[in-house]
Design a protein around this ligand. Structure first.
Ligand code: IPD
Ligand code: CA
Ligand code: CA
Length: 256
């Protein structure tokens, strides 16, 4: 039987091919909300990821963005999948998109694959074993100075009705750091902290599939993840802070 990481890489590569082939083609778009899009490619990529995983482990649980799957409470393994993270980018041809696949065992992420087939950037890690981007080992930045940090964030789709729409946090943070980017794909944002491009990242109202793979990669690359109050983060939480570890306390202080 293939190793779990190899299965995630196989599924990610197949989904990546679909994402790449369709990047310049016209997509069929449905609306899940005012600005929350889903395309035919999200659905096709999801199908191929699930089929690949189930060809090896038909009984493992599946938690994925575009289709609902019944969860077996006695099953210790669960694959957490975002077939296209960055769908808005994808629709507009902004090349910041990825497929994100994690495997959790008893609610702990043990494998993570994040693959951007447009920029050809593949991040993967296995708990306690490796953390690689393409063929290079990666590590978080060693910047200890919050005022010199480059951060990333994102805003929830339900901007208009959600009081915690992140504008209040954004306006505090932008005055204290070097700059903030809003790339539009949470899984890549987290991987960019893992490889030292960003020093930190925060967001609200995310779902398990946005963060599950990225945080394995981040932690194996020496980074730190928590909630806004510094307590332990679970992929079901609605707020996340990710940093290089060195600026974590200052980051939380400014957020509060
Ligand atoms: C979205 C992206 C975006 C984040 C949104 C997510 P989707 O995922 O990760 O960066 O700000 O909150 O929902 O919808 O493109 O899979
Ligand atoms: Ca997503
Ligand atoms: Ca998605």
């Amino acid at each position: 039987m293939k190793e779990y990481l190899d299965i995630a890489l196989e599924a990610g590569t197949k989904a990546g091919e679909i994402i790449r082939e369709n990047f310049h083609k016209k997509k069929l778009i449905d609306y899940k909300g005012r600005i929350n899009l889903v395309t035919n490619v999200d659905r096709e990529a999801e199908k191929v990821v699930i089929e690949t995983i189930q060809s090896y482990y038909p009984k493992h649980n599946i938690l994925t963005e575009e289709t609902e799957h019944k969860q077996n409470p006695d099953q210790e393994y669960c694959w957490v999948i975002d077939p296209v993270d960055g769908t808005t980018n994808y629709v507009h041809g902004f090349p910041f998109v990825c497929v994100s696949i994690a495997l959790q065992k008893n609610n702990e992420s043990i494998v993570g694959v994040v693959y951007n087939p447009i920029l050809n950037e593949l991040f993967f890690a296995e708990k306690g074993r490796c953390c690689v981007r393409n063929d290079e080992d990666i590590h978080v930045s060693n910047n200890p100075d919050f005022s010199k940090s480059l951060l990333a964030t994102g805003f929830p789709y339900d901007m208009l009705n959600d009081e915690r729409n992140n504008i209040q946090y954004f306006s505090k943070m932008i005055k204290k750091c070097r700059g903030i980017r809003r790339p539009g794909a949470a899984a890549i944002d987290i991987c960019y902290v893992a490889c030292g491009i960003f020093d930190g990242y925060w967001e609200l109202e995310l779902y398990p599939w946005d963060t599950a793979a990225g945080i394995v990669i981040l932690e194996e690359a020496g980074g730190k993840v928590s909630k806004f109050d510094g307590s332990e983060f679970s992929i079901f939480d609605k707020e996340i802070v990710v940093t290089n570890g060195h600026i974590h306390e200052e980051f939380l202080r400014v957020l509060r």
